[in-house]
Ligand binder design. Structure first.
Ligand SMILES: *[C@@H]1O[C@H](CO)[C@@H](O)[C@H](O)[C@H]1NC(C)=O
Ligand SMILES: *[C@@H]1O[C@H](CO)[C@@H](O)[C@H](O)[C@H]1NC(C)=O
Ligand SMILES: *[C@@H]1O[C@H](CO)[C@@H](O)[C@H](O)[C@H]1NC(C)=O
Length: 397
């Protein structure tokens, strides 16, 4: 397994496990981060003096900083890089403008989702991809095997500081650190730029995982000097603009993405589900469907699902009161007897009140219909609801 990490590995006393630390580790400690194990990393779940609900609401009204450096970054180049990416994902890279990015999925031969990913096109033969921390070993293994079928693709993985800056005041904040007009960079667009205190060139993507406007910065962090710069940038944002900026942990990250109807790998997405099952058919553009069964991994299965409308369940929301539904809870029809689906993630919703959950439910269950969720042996009332629960506020042209 590839672990070319420059990140420090330390034994975590509470678990006895060796866990990796991102370049921002010391800042989490200094800001009172409660550290937990997450995908082999020691990451902050909450910070002192902020409840989960306060952190969540802060991001919806101000700016939150999220350390996402545990995610894996990939550079893919060479004359066959487009062919390669279009085999392992259903993306159409001709439809993607240069310096723009898109969500996609790595697919196995049966159309199952190996991971979700963000792919950015930097040139006709230069792509940048970010994949999930928890999938890194299997993703690298999968990509290596697939690469054997190509002669001219260079693929390298790397780590660095990945910092998500999310919330309605994200642009105002970041604009103080660059001469580039951020108002001209729209959702999905990217740029290499200078952020004043950081010496290295930073990759900025206007995107995120909260449903709010915001940015994801990739800050090179190979050397110790670079890691220090990234760390002090993070601290500077908080120290100089405490009235709008707070560091935010994994707990709020999950409830924010859940409200925004976004998938979390291992919950809404697994290798047993295709993007069609996951109500992500929009990830397969018409141009790729027209190319037929050889078009991309799993195309035979996926295209037949689209054509025959043969999926029996769909990914949808449910809302409820009382204890929150959780991953794995079974869902029954109103009669409490007929099993119609299962919950994949659930949480109280800080924005809406009550509970929200994503679930796979029988396609025939209509929005607004009543269902029951089995929570620890007790059937609780719930209502089938459309996604997202909270409308996204992306900065669009
Ligand atoms: C990745 O590719 C970009 C250009 O697309 C380049 O600026 C960057 O240095 C590369 N990083 C690594 C670690 O290969
Ligand atoms: C893409 O971005 C790079 C650096 O950020 C820039 O040099 C290049 O001109 C851009 N290309 C297009 C087509 O926008
Ligand atoms: C700043 O970056 C340049 C080019 O990447 C490098 O040569 C130089 O050593 C860096 N300076 C510092 C102080 O890190």
């Amino acid at each position: 397994m590839l672990r070319t990490t420059q990140f420090i590995q330390k034994r975590l006393a509470s678990t006895g496990k060796d866990l990796l630390r991102t370049p921002l580790y010391q800042a989490h400690i200094d800001h009172g981060g409660k550290m937990v194990e997450y995908a082999g990393f020691e990451m902050p779940v909450l910070y002192k003096d902020q409840s989960h609900i306060e952190s969540h609401k802060w991001v919806r009204s101000n700016v939150g900083l999220f350390d996402v450096s545990h995610m894996l970054q990939h550079n893919i180049s060479g004359s066959e890089s487009k062919l390669f990416l279009q085999k392992v994902t259903p993306i159409d890279l001709d439809l993607l403008a240069i310096n723009s990015s898109s969500l996609s999925v790595l697919l196995n031969k049966d159309g199952g989702v190996i991971d979700d990913c963000i792919i950015t096109k930097h040139g006709e033969n230069a792509y940048y991809m970010v994949t999930n921390a928890g999938c890194r070993a299997k993703d690298v293994d999968f990509l290596k095997k697939e690469l054997l079928q190509f002669l001219d693709v260079k693929h390298n993985t790397f780590e660095g500081t990945l910092l998500a800056i999310q919330g309605p005041k994200a642009q105002d904040l970041l604009q103080k650190f660059t001469n580039e007009d951020l108002g001209k960079i729209y959702f999905g667009q990217t740029k290499f730029l200078k952020l004043s205190p950081i010496n290295a060139t930073v990759h900025l993507a206007r995107s995120g995982y909260t449903g709010e406007d915001g940015f994801e910065l990739s800050i090179p962090s190979t050397s110790e000097v670079e890691q220090q710069e990234a760390l002090s940038f993070f601290n500077t944002l908080i120290a100089e603009y405490p009235e709008i900026v707070k560091p935010i942990g994994l707990a709020a990250r999950d409830s924010l993405r859940l409200e925004a109807g976004m998938c979390l790998y291992g919950h809404e997405l697994t290798e047993d589900l295709t993007p069609v099952d996951a109500s992500l058919t929009w990830l397969i553009p018409k141009t790729r469907r027209e190319l037929g069964e050889q078009s991309f991994n799993g195309a035979a299965k996926i295209l037949s699902q689209i054509k025959d409308k043969s999926t029996t369940k769909r990914r949808i929301g449910i809302t409820s009161k009382g204890p929150s539904p959780r991953d794995g809870n079974k869902i029954f029809a109103e009669d409490g007897k007929t099993e119609v689906g299962y919950v994949t993630s659930g949480s109280p919703s800080p924005t809406l009140g009550g509970n929200i959950a994503q679930a796979y439910i029988d396609k025939k269950a209509k929005i607004g219909s009543n269902v029951k969720v089995d929570i620890r042996g007790k059937l609780r009332d719930a209502v089938v609801t459309k996604l997202p629960f909270v409308e996204s506020k992306f900065y669009k042209q």
